[in-house]
Write a protein that binds this ligand. Structure first.
Ligand code: ADP
Ligand code: MG
Length: 247
């Protein structure tokens, strides 16, 4: 039986009279990339924020490796193995690549710090950061100013930050956003190999990437999942074509 790593059970979230999540149940299994697609405003980011802990659902649960994490903070979820990248990058552009990985790892772990020098002198933290940079192929850029990286390299850097906490699952909100065709292709290849490390819940608009990567796809429309299935199931689903694919 395939193991479920991450799961939402009937989570709902309203903003005033708008139901941005309407009893959303979704599961992420070991070894897979599960893509979430849907039109703008469908509630994809709202779903991701509830999974990561930035937003508290009005109802329902979030489970990580079978444990109810619904009441936990973002940092506590990260410590329990929830790795994420953001729709809007949280990287410090003036800092070096290595500094970003080390500070990101510290921030995500919730450990307080005040001065940069002792952080950068933390041998164990540095070793973990270096290993993560190697894993994403940015080891030769460790001293590079983050602003000088390409968009695609920044996405890889965000993954490196997440890797320092040894994630059991990745959650990504539109990692292809802002990338050109070449960058998307490179990042697609990278994510393809990353699923062996931890499964990925992938919100993405780039349908070439979704069709190339997804083991399963869920379609979100007006806060509700209208279909979950394989790439073929979803491509040929008439309701999905009407609501989103528009072919
Ligand atoms: P998506 O990521 O699929 O484009 P979002 O999850 O960002 O969609 O938004 C879903 C709906 O919820 C949209 O109609 C959006 O305007 C609304 N929404 C999202 N966040 C808030 C918020 N903090 N306050 C009020 N409305 C919000
Ligand atoms: Mg969004």
């Amino acid at each position: 039986m395939t193991q479920t790593i991450l799961e939402t059970r009937g989570i709902s979230k309203s903003f005033g009279s708008l139901k941005a999540s309407d009893s959303v149940s979704i599961d992420l299994r070991a070894g897979e990339i599960h893509a979430v697609i849907g039109p703008n405003g469908a509630g994809k980011s709202t779903l991701i924020h509830q999974i990561c802990g930035g937003l508290r659902p009005d109802a329902g649960q979030v489970l990580l490796q079978g444990q109810d994490v619904t009441a936990l903070s973002t940092a506590a979820r990260a410590r329990k193995g929830l790795g994420r990248t953001f729709q809007i990058s949280a990287l410090a552009m003036e800092d070096s690549v290595l500094e970003n990985v080390m500070l990101g790892a510290l921030g995500a772990s919730g450990r307080p710090w005040r001065f940069l020098a002792p952080v950068m002198g933390d041998r164990a933290l540095r070793d973990r950061a270096e290993a993560a940079l190697e894993r994403v192929g940015l080891q030769d850029n460790r001293q590079t100013r983050t602003a000088a990286l390409s968009h695609g390299q920044r996405r890889q850097l965000e993954v490196a930050v997440a890797l320092t906490l040894d994630p059991r699952a990745f959650v990504m909100d539109e990692p292809m956003a802002g990338l050109g065709a070449e960058g998307s292709k490179t990042l697609t290849g990278f994510l393809d190999g990353l699923r062996d490390q931890a499964p990925i819940l992938l919100v993405e608009h780039d349908m070439d990437a979704v069709f190339a990567l997804a083991d399963r796809i869920s379609v979100l429309v007006y806060g509700r999942i209208i279909a979950t299935g394989s790439v073929d199931d979803i491509r040929t689903n008439p309701e999905v074509r009407d609501a989103y694919l528009g072919e």
